[in-house]
Design a protein around this ligand. Structure first.
Ligand code: FES
Length: 57
């Protein structure tokens, strides 16, 4: 069974990982120019958020 994990990057996006490989990065700052994916805009707008992880079983 594959391992799926959401990695909430400090001050950044949500990485969706399958078996420890990043599949894509989702925006959580609201400023991305390519929603729903992260465009890197979070670094320019001072987005602050804590890091955490969630494993989906
Ligand atoms: S989290 Fe990266 S652009 Fe929003």
């Amino acid at each position: 069974m594959e391992k799926v994990e959401l990695d909430f990057v400090e001050n950044g996006p949500i990485l969706v990982k399958k078996d420890d490989k990043t599949e894509y990065a989702l925006c959580r700052c609201g400023h991305s120019t390519k929603k729903p994916y992260c465009s890197g805009a979070h670094a320019e707008n001072g987005f602050k958020a804590e890091k955490s992880k969630l494993e989906i079983k």
